[in-house]
Ligand binder design. Sequence first.
Ligand code: KIV
Ligand code: ZN
Length: 401
Amino acid sequence: MDLVRIFDTTLRDGEQSPGFSMTPDEKLRLAAQIEELGADVIEAGFPIASEGDLEAVRAVAGGIRGAATAALARAAQQDVDAALRALEPATRPRVHVFLATSDLHLEHKLHMTRGEALDRIVRMVRYARQRCPEVEFSAEDASRSDPDYLAEVAVAAADAGAAILNLPDTVGYATPEEYATMFRQVRARLGKRAVTLSAHCHNDLGLAVANSLAAVATGARQVECTINGIGERAGNASLEEFVVALRVRGDRFALRTGVRLNQIYRTSRLLSAITGVPVPPNKAIVGANAFAHEAGIHQDGILKNPLTYEIVSPETFGIPARRLVIGKHSGRNALRTRLEELGCPLSGEPLEAAYRDVMELADRSKTVGDRDLLRIAIRARRSGQSAAAHSPEPSAAQGAA
Ligand code: KIV
Ligand code: ZN
């Protein structure tokens, strides 16, 4: 199976979004875990942005050994120089040069003609490549660029020394079909040049993972993504969702990544702990509800065979265990199982009594916590025992029944 390289940009694109800034020390702690997770490249920051970010990239570059360290730079010499300085301690440095290629950005943001932008891209990629063994070029807003011009830029950047060409859907506008077509067109124009195409998708329409999958289906072999899907505006493609989709739908994508699935949950929670931003409960793969079941029919199915309502087991990701949430939609089977797990098994009339009390409580509060469950179960067991003690001896006929 072909390998898709994972370029983690949690510390750069992710960190750029409100509420997610990290100190150099925090970046280093998270980078160590992202390396443990199995990312191939860790983009540690944008060194020209501030002295602090340069220091953070330098700390990460010196602290990780297995993954490559990338530093972002606009196509400008002072940016590339800052990136090179920050990457000095790296064993595997990568300078990541970018410039927008859409007419919208060229005209309104950069005030450049297409020709000027092309010339600058070639000069800066060449400059970076003369000083760094690995250079990536990103055509910002690629998905809204003129396809012909984008292909011309890609060929020129490759010939100037970029080994990786990234075609971002910067504003999360593309559909999977459109994004795949763009990759096909650029690949066709690159001919036999040995460059890796890379996807970088934002989630403004909730399509970031779908677009990343569409890109790898057409031959992209690097995907840029973030832990918990954090990133500018609605975020980037979520690393865990992309990797797990490739794994679970191996029947559609005969592709693999180097990610250790059992490190996913730990990495997600470390990011939350460092930034203080909780993971939304309904977040795929790592949200608290991703493997929680409250509805009675679902709980019953899960208890009979987890495949009924789970496409993959939570333990695969290092998630402690599936949660049976007891609430007003739960059934007796789930309550019995949860009480067994809590060390207070019930059956027969005491289980019925406990079920009635639990449903009554659940009507008033959203879910019923373990303490309440235990209190109700103990009461039901006690009243079941005292009822048995006071009932008359069963007759021979009743005993035989
Ligand atoms: O979204 C984007 O286009 C980017 C580039 C700088 C790679 O983040
Ligand atoms: Zn981005």
